[in-house]
Design a protein around this ligand. Structure first.
Ligand code: FPP
Length: 224
């Protein structure tokens, strides 16, 4: 059975769920947040140590201002109401991506990271304003600036995911098969599962089913 240390998730399908069920995309984001809370619990139950969630990409800025505002308000409320609870559960929150939001959200994110920094039960990496291409370009720039040689070790240390092991498993919900500029370097040897259900409909049972399938895969890492 494969060990499972790190799960990464592209939480796709909120907008479609919202339109279908409540005639409003944003209702899907709200429902999606309930799934986030549920999936955190199941991740802990499975004793998985890292969970990386793609919440907002560098490309998502193209969306209507109203939707972006709704998403960030949702995140603000979540942090204000839930960070104590996450801390009590010994969850560490880490933001990957550039924190260039409103000063209120930037400080909330920084405070939340600081408050939970010592926690060891589960590390949640929340990808916000994250894009893999920008991350890689920035890392190469750092190598050049510091006149270092280009190798895996040096590159990895300048990535947003420094000190985080690569994901073992990537799940994308929402019936779409693409990576959307997410962890392109880090997913080099991850097992990938595309799930038909929209993120708000993704259940504990669906998650456990994927975990069990993953555990029984023969992972070769290029060997035979
Ligand atoms: C993708 O679905 C989802 C997002 C861009 C946002 C993810 C946000 C959440 C799950 C809720 C908020 C989370 C936190 C941590 C506050 P989409 O909108 O692209 O769906 P579509 O493909 O149906 O349009």
């Amino acid at each position: 059975m494969n060990p499972l240390n790190h799960v990464a998730i592209i939480m796709d399908g909120n907008g479609r769920w919202g339109l279908k069920n409540k005639n409003a995309r944003n209702a899907g984001h709200k429902a999606g947040l309930n799934t986030v809370e549920k999936i955190i619990k199941v991740t802990i139950k499975n004793n998985i140590k890292f969970l990386t969630l793609y919440a907002f990409s560098t490309e998502n800025w193209k969306r209507p201002k109203k939707e972006i505002k709704f998403l960030f308000n949702l995140l603000e409320d979540f942090l204000i109401n839930k960070i104590e609870d996450l801390n009590k559960q010994k969850i560490k929150l880490k933001i990957i991506g550039k924190k260039n939001f409103s000063s209120k959200l930037n400080s909330l994110l920084k405070e939340s990271e600081k408050k939970t920094i010592k926690n060891k039960r589960l590390q949640i990496n929340l990808a916000l304003n994250y894009g893999s291409k920008v991350e890689l370009i920035d890392a190469f720039k750092e190598i050049k600036k510091n006149k270092e040689i280009i190798n895996e070790k040096n590159l990895s240390k300048y990535l947003q995911t420094k000190n985080i092991p690569d994901p073992d498993l990537l799940i994308r919900t929402g019936n779409t098969k693409r990576l959307s500029n997410f962890l392109l370097w880090q997913l080099a040897y991850s097992e990938i599962f595309f799930e038909k259900k929209l993120w708000p409909d993704f259940s504990e049972k669906d998650y456990n089913k994927i975990i069990n399938k993953y555990k029984n895969i023969k992972r070769n890492f290029g060997n035979i």
